[in-house]
Design a protein around this ligand. Structure first.
Ligand SMILES: C[S@@+](CC[C@H](N)C(=O)[O-])C[C@H]1O[C@@H](n2cnc3c(N)ncnc32)[C@H](O)[C@@H]1O
Length: 263
């Protein structure tokens, strides 16, 4: 409850009213590249794709940005009840409130009917999920035909597993306190499973170099507002981001974005 109480206080005492979607980017864009990376990812969406699902939405920044920039109606889903309450709180602080609904749920057991969404978006939200095939099947099912899956994920670099250096990935990271909580895979494995599920891969980009530049820069900057990652990730936030930086520098992680299509 600490984060919710702190958030409530910040929303009441900080004087940036009325709040804008971008004001919360230090806590609700918890992925490498921040808002620019989200904008780049959604750039590939057709303009008539209006109904989206944001899996592992955290505090809901991706959903809010889609509502603001694309007039989308978004459903954000996350396992963490506190994050969902915080996502609601932030949404209500913006006037008019972005068209987002936030629900507690597991990406592996989606509480939606078949063919519900024009697109699903996932930013740094599958690194704890070992059952990637079941995940992809569930996402495929809730997408309408010709729907899109946009992913922006942390993956293992190619050949990390074969060369036995996967064990060198350092923890804690923002997605896992220790190795046993982490379920990283590489793009080849992910894309093979996606194609087996029925997805067509329309676009793939290796964002590792730009993510590296971004995280180096972000770590140098002093937080400009009280809405900073420590509020969500706790006292280990600095160590987590240091480990992500070092893991990328060691060539262990690849940052991937891709657009997949339900045929
Ligand atoms: C690193 S955060 C990213 C949050 C958000 N996508 C963003 O970019 O700011 C990963 C999120 O995935 C959520 N998550 C992990 N496994 C999940 C699952 N099986 N179902 C739903 N959410 C999950 C976590 O609770 C966390 O909020």
């Amino acid at each position: 409850m600490i984060m919710l109480d702190q958030l409530n206080n910040l929303l009441k005492t900080s004087h940036s009213n009325p709040w804008k979607v971008e004001d919360f980017c230090g806590i609700d864009q918890l992925h490498l590249g921040g808002i620019p990376a989200t904008l780049a990812l959604i750039d590939g969406l057709p303009t008539d794709a209006k109904h989206g699902l944001d899996i592992g939405c955290g505090l809901g920044g991706t959903s809010r940005l889609l509502s603001k920039t694309r007039a989308c109606h978004m459903v954000g889903l996350d396992l963490n009840e506190q994050y969902i309450k915080a996502a609601d709180l932030l949404n209500k602080a913006i006037k008019p409130a972005p068209k987002c609904q936030f629900v507690v749920g597991n990406s592996l057991h989606l509480p939606f009917s078949k063919d519900s969404f024009n697109f699903v978006i996932s930013q740094h939200a599958t690194m704890n999920i070992g059952q990637k095939e079941a995940l992809l099947k569930g996402l495929y099912a809730v997408l309408k035909p010709q729907g899109y899956l946009l992913i922006h994920e942390v993956m293992l670099s190619p050949n990390t597993v074969e060369s036995g250096i996967e064990s060198q990935v350092r923890y804690p990271t923002p997605w896992a306190n220790e190795k046993s909580d982490s379920r990283l895979c590489d793009w080849q494995t992910f894309s093979d499973l996606a194609e087996k599920t029925g997805f067509k891969i329309q676009q793939f980009e290796d964002n590792t170099a730009s993510a590296l530049t971004w995280i180096r820069q972000a770590r140098k900057q002093k937080p400009q507002t009280s809405f900073n990652p420590q509020l969500v990730l706790g006292a280990l936030a600095g160590q987590m981001s240091g480990n992500v930086l070092s893991n990328i520098e060691q060539g262990l992680l690849q940052i991937v974005s891709a657009r997949l299509y339900k045929q």
